[in-house]
Design a binder for this molecule. Structure first.
Ligand code: HEC
Length: 100
């Protein structure tokens, strides 16, 4: 019985995903189409991705990620839907934030 519980826990952790409805590939595409990197590169240099991994980064949990996406979305030239937001969140979480 104990073993079963431990197994269940393991399976659960492996599947943990704060953005189950977000799609990585679609998020990558929006990230490129919306030129998300542009300002981040200006701000922090390199390929801009350090903005997501800097020690004093702003986003500390999945809720904050969605909140921040809403701020940045409004600065891009294209319209970003709620689904795109989830896709972007899934993309950024998988690459950088890694929230369980
Ligand atoms: C007009 C400029 C601009 C554009 C375009 C832009 N961003 Fe940003 N972004 C910023 C700035 C400036 C910050 C840093 C804000 C801060 O430090 O308070 C930031 C920070 C972020 C953060 C938080 C990083 C952290 O500290 O954890 C995320 C996530 C993010 N941007 C995502 C995006 C996405 C996704 C797009 C494209 C849809 C995008 N941004 C487009 C200017 C921009």
């Amino acid at each position: 019985m104990k073993i079963l519980l431990i197994l269940l826990l393991l399976v659960n952790t492996a599947q943990a995903d704060p953005f189950p409805k977000g799609k990585f590939a679609a998020g990558k595409k929006v990230f490129e189409q919306a030129e998300c990197k542009r300002c981040h590169i200006e701000m922090i240099g390199g390929d801009g991705s350090e903005i997501f991994t800097r020690p004093d980064r702003k986003v500390l949990n999945p809720t904050m990620l969605i909140k921040h996406l809403k701020i940045c979305d409004s600065k891009t030239a294209i319209d970003i839907s709620a689904q795109d937001e989830l896709n972007l969140a899934a993309y950024l979480n998988k690459l950088y934030y890694k929230f369980p």
